[in-house]
Design a protein around this ligand. Sequence first.
Ligand code: NDP
Length: 444
Amino acid sequence: MSYVDEVIERVVKENPAEPEFHQAVREVLESLRVVVDANEEAYRRDAVLERLVNPERQIKFRVPWIDDNGQVHVNTGYRVQFNSAIGPYKGGLRLHPSVNLGIIKFLGFEQIFKNSLTGLSIGGGKGGSDFDPKGKSDREIMAFCQSFMSELCKYIGADTDVPAGDIGTGAREIGYMFGQYKKLRGLFEGVLTGKGLSYGGSLARTEATGYGLLYLTEEMLKCNGETLQGKTVTVSGSGNVAIYAIEKAQQLGAKVVTCSDSTGWVYDPDGIDVAALKEIKEVNRQRLTEYSKYRPDSQYHEGKGVWTVKTDIALPCATQNELDLEDAKLLVENGVLAVAEGANMPTTAEATEFLQKSGVYFVPGKAANAGGVATSALEMAQNSERLSWSFEKVDKKLQEIMVNLFHNIDDAAKKYGFEGNYVIGANIAGFEKVVDAMNAQGIV
Ligand code: NDP
């Protein structure tokens, strides 16, 4: 059995009930086959892949908090510090009832390669909790965040591990967590990113993942003789990534006709009204049912359906495995040109394979959504020098990072004979830097 197959088999056996983690490992290792096979003896001897798929450390803890009626609740908190070969662990904190160790491990594993692709010095990590922020009062959110950070603060720091936002963790939650960290550790330092502008946050961080997704998509299209100008785009989600993806797509001349949340989706034939969407989601924290009040000609549908709409470019920006084989078939039937992942692993393995085989340009999340973590690293740089850069400066750096990132994955794919396969290109380009650093640092 080949070394790659052996390690995949062991991961499945040793980490039962973690299907998302298996999926992520399988996808990465399958892409690395060409590199690993060429170095099989040395990699096997040095257990390179075993060291890569086993987190350096995983922390699981109790998070007790009291609701507004005096009832005590207990959630589970996680931080998986996956790989620090190229820098301090970096990755978001997800607050969602679906969170479990396997999901955090899949996200942390992906983060290693994504962070490497940014070209910046950041290792891979991820964390979160099965706490559901929906429907909670502001005081309850604060109680949870303080309790969560009371434990997490023992394991993180500006030079060791720097968490950020993710699903369910926005500026409000980061603020409460930062306050608690500062109180307990007595340190005002860049221990979290995605902070408010008044206490060390970076301009353009809020926009970064969505904007970065579009900078990369535009570059990819350009290199294939296409452009966003005049294209129809479908987006899923209506959170941080989706909102700023829609905004930038429209600035670049495309028309975005959909968005969604976990209960339904909107079709707006005249193009999504971003100002209305921001008011509904960022200010009022409401459901998408409200959208038709702003745009009477739009349609609201319950359930799932964004991928049934005819589109040139599909940008899944909600959550993992939200675009399956059936969706992929419909997209291809409707003539989709490109799919770029704003969310982490939103396309199932079967759907990815189908899209690629059908000649659709497909960019995986670890490359396409790396603008968020890249700008988080720029926030860390600003915190270290105690300076704040202008929006234009950060945005320009983000643009450069995404354009370079695209060329790195494109070149890696070409170098190994897989031209146009951006999944293989991203995994190989991300892996090469990490494995080089791991080898240089010895068996640790
Ligand atoms: P938000 O919480 O801001 O938004 C998530 C959006 O997806 C919401 O519209 C939410 O709907 C929807 N959603 C979440 N879970 C589900 C589900 N199970 N089924 C259907 N819809 C769902 O998160 P972000 O925008 O920050 O993150 C979106 C994705 O992008 C995630 O995969 C995240 O890991 C990834 N990502 C985020 C980065 C960032 O900087 N924020 C950076 C890189 C990747 P509802 O409001 O109803 O829950």
